[in-house]
Design a protein around this ligand. Structure first.
Ligand code: HEM
Length: 232
């Protein structure tokens, strides 16, 4: 009986703010990639009918509107960071130890050598930590080059950075979505984007240092209610 209750116990992996930030960025980036690619196709195919020009202009307006929403979201994320909202996640992402580099070098080997052990992960494994850094740099570069293009549509350096950056993100983004949706070793599945909750037993298995840390804090009476939900 007790065992069953323990299996259903969940802990909060992502706060409301973290979920909102992720989902806003994800939605904006997907819309930007889709509209950007469509404009690119218009340009390379050289279709020049009235309808095509109208469609191209409408998509450009849409692309610019999403730019402002993404820029506003990025500013909110930055301000929330200054206010300490992401302190826990940020300190994990920015702390790099020898074990993280061992994890990164052993990770590809686990595909062929199943017995290879990986060092235990904190809230994010080193692959995810790298992805957080890449995503932040990517969004900043894309917004900065997009801003220059808003002012001067023909700025060639900004255009090259904007297009090359977008193309470089695609394989990584597809990899991220694939891992998030299908790789149960590192991801709890897509529901976490809406509920923020994961099974404590799952988290203990995949992210033992994180669970150890929050359980220790709970033992010290420092844990917040957020990590102690128990489902009936
Ligand atoms: C439809 C698109 C997307 C889906 C389905 C998706 C899904 C997910 C999921 C399920 C997680 C949580 C994994 C965990 O528990 O650790 C996650 C985390 C994350 N996502 Fe996304 N994501 C998408 C798009 C994006 C985009 C566009 C970015 C940024 C450019 C992004 C950046 C991140 C980051 C930085 C994390 C935290 C690190 C990690 O857990 O991998 N995601 N995503």
């Amino acid at each position: 009986m007790e065992r069953q209750a323990d299996n259903n116990e969940t802990i909060t992996r992502f706060s409301v703010q973290e979920r909102l930030a992720h989902n806003m960025v994800a939605l904006c980036v997907l819309l930007q990639v889709a509209s950007g690619m469509t404009m690119f196709l218009f340009n390379v195919t050289g279709i020049n009918t009235d309808i095509a020009r109208d469609a191209d202009n409408t998509i450009l307006n849409f692309h610019q509107m999403i730019f402002f929403i993404l820029a506003f979201t990025a500013i909110l994320i930055f301000v929330a960071g200054l206010a300490g909202v992401w302190r826990e996640s940020l300190s994990v992402v920015l702390s790099w130890k020898r074990a993280d580099f061992i994890w990164l070098t052993r990770m590809p080997l686990t595909a062929i050598m199943k017995e290879k052990e990986l060092p235990p992960a904190d809230k994010f494994n080193p692959g995810q930590k790298l992805w957080v850094i890449i995503a932040c740099v990517w969004v900043t570069l894309q917004l900065a080059s997009g801003f220059v293009l808003l002012i001067n549509h023909d700025h060639i350096i900004a255009l090259v950075i904007h297009a090359a950056n977008a193309i470089m993100l695609l394989p990584m983004l597809l990899g991220h979505i694939y891992m998030a949706a299908f790789n149960s070793v590192s991801s709890p599945g897509l529901a976490v984007l809406f509920t923020g909750e994961v099974k404590r037993a799952w988290a203990r298995d995949r992210y033992p240092l994180w669970v150890e840390r929050i359980e220790e804090a709970a033992g010290d009476g420092k844990d917040q209610d957020r990590s102690r939900h128990r489902r009936p």
